[in-house]
Design a protein around this ligand. Structure first.
Ligand SMILES: *Cc1c(COP(=O)(O)O)cnc(C)c1O
Length: 344
């Protein structure tokens, strides 16, 4: 399948002359820096590296992917928003999502005034290809968002390959939860598909939600456009330093131990939840959360809040479903004890 990325880019972005910062025009580290109107005094007085080269170098080594295939955003939210700005002409182009899913695709579509086609997942929370097929040839459909494993349903999506083989627009795969999943990342497919954007994050398995760093893996061409449209200094130096600190072997080992602990806690949690009368169904999960159907989601949510246990009430999205993040062993114990006490 012939895919031309240039043809997918908005004309104003193709023609855009990007902002050139002081750090773009002189890249060396030695010298006295009188070029950026920075204050000469202080510790946080200098602008950060606009391209976060040290982080990308480490990610490149860890994942065996060249740094030219990596973009870092101020959270995945920036990675998502920039995709709209690069590819979608407001009032003309469209994107497609499979619901229920992560809310930011729709919010970003609305902010950017881009039409969103919202297709329901089937009863197993999988994509219905027959419903999707007629849309795949629409030239104004620029991006298909696939969240896998999906939030809030927790399952992995099985038909990503079919979409990659049959869609010429951008396939945006949100892998925020991939480190909890037994499935392989599509990050390893960016060489085979020039139109794929794989989005990951430091917010979940890496435990760095407060520093707001999201990752996009894609073809060099797509990454170039990301760099063209991003705010010049989109990740602060304290935040870059915080990420650099955790990208060493010792910490990576700790992260992987924490993932295993969370996964074993998830198993225990499911075992304790199943026998409870108020639990109707627990959905399969490749993530660090559990989606469960209960008798009365609004009521149970409220009672949990009264006991200072906060879960996510998804009743408005999937009837009578609560989404529960796997916590520490003590937190999970408190959740179960509280649920056991609830009477209606
Ligand atoms: C939590 C989450 C993210 C992470 O967003 P950040 O902005 O990187 O914190 C992205 N996608 C999905 C589906 C999520 O659930």
């Amino acid at each position: 399948m012939e895919i031309n990325i240039q043809n997918l880019i908005r004309k104003n972005i193709l023609d855009l002359k990007p902002y050139s910062s002081a750090r773009d025009e002189f890249e060396g580290e030695n010298g006295i820096f009188l070029d950026a109107n920075e204050n000469p005094f202080g510790e946080l007085n200098r602008y950060p590296d606009p391209y976060q080269r040290k982080i990308k170098q480490k990610l490149s080594t860890i994942n065996q992917i060249a740094a030219e295939h990596i973009f870092l955003g101020n959270g995945s939210d920036e990675v998502i928003d920039l995709a709209f700005r690069i590819f979608c002409e407001p009032g003309k182009d469209k994107v497609l999502t499979f619901s229920p899913t992560y809310g930011m695709y729709e919010v970003s579509a609305n902010i950017n005034n881009v039409e969103l086609i919202d297709m329901a997942l089937n009863n197993d929370f999988q994509i219905d290809l027959e419903t999707l097929k007629p849309y795949l040839n629409d030239a104004n459909l620029k991006i298909i968002f696939i969240c896998s494993p999906n939030n809030p349903t927790g399952n992995s999506i099985k038909t990503v390959d079919y979409i990659l083989e049959n869609f010429k627009g951008i396939v945006f795969i949100d892998e925020a939860y991939i480190d909890f999943s037994p499935e392989e990342s599509f990050r390893n497919q960016i060489k085979n598909y020039p139109n794929i954007i794989v989005s990951q994050t430091f917010s979940k398995a890496w435990g760095m939600a407060s520093v707001r760093v999201g990752i996009a893996y894609a073809s060099e061409e797509i990454i170039k456009f990301y760099n063209k449209v991003k705010p010049p200094y989109n990740i602060s130096q304290p935040n870059q330093n915080a990420i650099l600190k955790i990208l060493d072997d010792d910490h990576i080992k700790l992260v992987s131990e924490n993932i295993n602990l969370i996964l074993s806690e998830k198993k225990n949690l499911i075992q304790s939840l199943r026998p409870l009368d108020l639990v109707k169904k627990i959905y399969p999960s490749d993530t660090n959360f559990i989606l469960m159907e209960v008798e009365n989601a609004d009521g149970i949510y409220q009672k949990l809040v009264e006991e200072n246990v906060i879960v996510r009430n998804r009743n408005s999205v999937i009837k009578n479903c609560l989404r529960i993040t796997v916590g520490s062993p003590e937190e999970n114990k408190k959740l179960i004890e509280t649920l056991r006490k609830i009477k209606f």
